[in-house]
Design a binder for this molecule. Structure first.
Ligand code: RIB
Length: 323
């Protein structure tokens, strides 16, 4: 690139690092060479100064899960205030589809990408490849080993609030029902639940039950739990979809919630308010998440990767405090 630009290699690196005191014509030559070579250094592609399409791409693991539409709508509304459009893709929890969608978004010349990667490890190559070509931040989930700006809630704080709440109600025999450990959220939530129990000198009443962030898994887990309910007085679910399925499965077996066993969720989706009984959950504050995502995405300064963990809010309802 230095040869093509007709400058020294040290000038190239100072331009890419946005160092001060670089002559304007040298900066112009390096950026022209970078564009000609299709070289998108993190620093060069980092800011959205070159707004080519006024569009931001967003990629989520499961459009059908109510948490993601809530987050997507919040981000779309926030982008509109900046005269930016949103182009949404779903990866259907499949890393090959995810890689194809990422490539499509880059080729469609979006100005930046917001992604919640579907797999903690297997999503890494595609995220790394996109990061070398375009401004990219991770929201909610992230991949191990790729350091970017990240915005999400503190799962640790969220599950600490849930366990504190149940312990205050006298519940001591807690079990964790969540997704298998293929994604970031599943990992951090199991760790957070375990740490919260230890803080109270407790251990899990049964081994964690790990399936998927789906209603169907909640119903199946309810059936699996029935023979063990004498050992359990609180069921902590990794998200609201699982908890709603759990409530359905327990009701089908005439198990009283919370009389026989309390149930909690995580996300704060609207259905949690109208379930029977209404679900105690943790709200992920996606409006705040959206504000922070767009603020970070549009910030041209190169602060280096930032972790922005938002404090979630416990929403107490009848699935823990009812009769
Ligand atoms: O409900 C889907 C889950 O996956 C949410 O809790 C969200 O945090 C995502 O990680």
């Amino acid at each position: 690139m230095a040869k093509l630009a007709g400058v020294s290699t040290s000038t190239v690196s100072r331009v890419l690092a946005h160092s001060r005191g670089v002559r304007a014509d040298s900066k112009r030559k390096v950026e022209a060479a970078a564009a000609q070579l299709g070289y998108h250094h993190n620093a060069v592609a980092r800011a959205l100064r070159t707004r080519r399409s006024n569009t931001i791409g967003m990629l989520v693991p499961q459009i059908s899960n109510p948490f993601f539409p809530a987050l997507v709508e919040a981000i779309e509304r926030r982008l509109q205030r900046e005269n930016l459009e949103l182009l949404l893709c779903g990866s259907q929890g499949d890393t090959e589809i995810e890689a194809r969608r990422l490539n499509t978004l880059v080729e469609r010349q979006v100005d930046g990408i917001i992604i919640s990667p579907c797999d903690y490890r297997a999503s890494e190559p595609a995220v790394r490849n996109a990061l070398d070509r375009i401004r990219l931040i991770q929201v909610d989930r992230r991949v191990e080993g790729v350091v970017t700006d990240w915005v999400g809630v503190s799962d640790e704080a969220g599950f600490a609030q849930v366990v504190d709440h149940l312990v205050k109600l006298g519940r001591r025999k807690l079990v964790f029902v969540s997704s298998e450990l293929t994604n970031y959220s599943a990992h951090t939530r199991l760790d957070a639940f375990t740490a919260a129990l230890h803080k109270h000198g407790l251990s899990s009443a049964l081994p964690p039950m790990l399936g998927s962030f789906e209603v169907e898994w909640g119903k199946a887990a309810a059936e699996l739990l029935l023979p063990h309910l004498s050992d359990v007085d609180g069921i902590v679910c990794g998200n609201d979809a699982i908890a709603l399925g759990m409530l359905r499965g327990l009701r089908a077996a005439s198990v009283r919630v919370p009389g026989d066993v309390a149930v909690t969720g995580f996300d704060g989706i609207s259905f949690a308010e109208i379930s029977d009984p209404p679900l105690t959950t943790v709200h992920q504050r996606w409006e705040t998440m959206a504000d922070e995502c767009v603020r970070v995405l549009l910030d041209p300064a190169d602060h280096g990767p930032r972790n922005i963990a938002i404090m979630p809010i416990l929403q107490v309802r009848e699935s823990t405090v009812g009769s």
